[in-house]
Design a protein around this ligand. Structure first.
Ligand SMILES: C[S@@+](CC[C@H](N)C(=O)[O-])C[C@H]1O[C@@H](n2cnc3c(N)ncnc32)[C@H](O)[C@@H]1O
Length: 173
């Protein structure tokens, strides 16, 4: 497990402008200064981790997160089109392991997390549990995400590497 670094990990959102601004969890995090919002790809910090549901490699505590974590806030219908466009950037693409959405839109659906849940899951796996809880505290469904996923999140946070995370997730299918 990573030694827990008490400093918050920088969180970035690339906002593709495809969702209802009133319901967008990424915009809400930016309003609370918990994440920084970008609407231009060129501004994204290089070498950061990009949470990409189409990535081949799973996020694990072995990943270097010092440059921050990026979420791409776009419509789920656009995911297959938009993520490949970002492969030209110098980012570390990582998928999250099996976890259930706790938000009312996709409640109980595996892998289909919203932006706030994706950040919280990554933070938890990387040993930044307090920051994960701070992110989720801004949403009235936030506790559901942690309750639904407590056991896998705790287990994933002990993994040595991506291969181990992939093995672990098979316990929850
Ligand atoms: C598709 S957007 C939808 C955002 C939603 N409209 C909202 O208001 O939060 C969710 C983003 O969270 C991240 N994400 C969600 N589930 C993921 C997974 N299983 N693996 C990696 N990233 C994931 C990705 O960056 C993805 O683009």
């Amino acid at each position: 497990m990573n030694p827990t670094d008490q400093r918050d990990i920088p969180l970035y959102i690339y906002h593709a402008g495809q969702c209802d601004p009133k319901k967008c969890t990424g915009r809400k995090l930016a309003r609370f200064d918990l994440a920084r919002l970008y609407d231009r790809i060129s501004r994204l910090p290089s070498l950061a981790i990009l949470l990409d549901p189409t990535a081949e490699k799973a996020l694990s505590p072995a990943d270097n997160y010092k440059k921050g974590i990026i979420v791409l806030d776009c419509s789920w219908e656009e995911v297959e089109r938009v993520f490949p466009e970002l492969t030209k950037l110098n980012l570390e693409h990582r998928a999250l392991p099996y976890l259930l959405a706790g938000n009312p839109v996709n409640f109980g659906r595996p892998f289909k997390l919203n932006s706030a849940e994706a950040f919280a899951a990554a933070l938890y796996i990387l040993g930044h549990k307090e920051q994960a809880e701070k992110v989720l505290s801004k949403f009235n469904w936030g506790h559901s995400f942690l309750e639904l996923n407590q056991e896998p999140l705790e287990e994933y946070a002990t993994a040595k590497n991506s291969t181990e995370i992939v093995e672990m997730q098979s316990h929850y299918f």
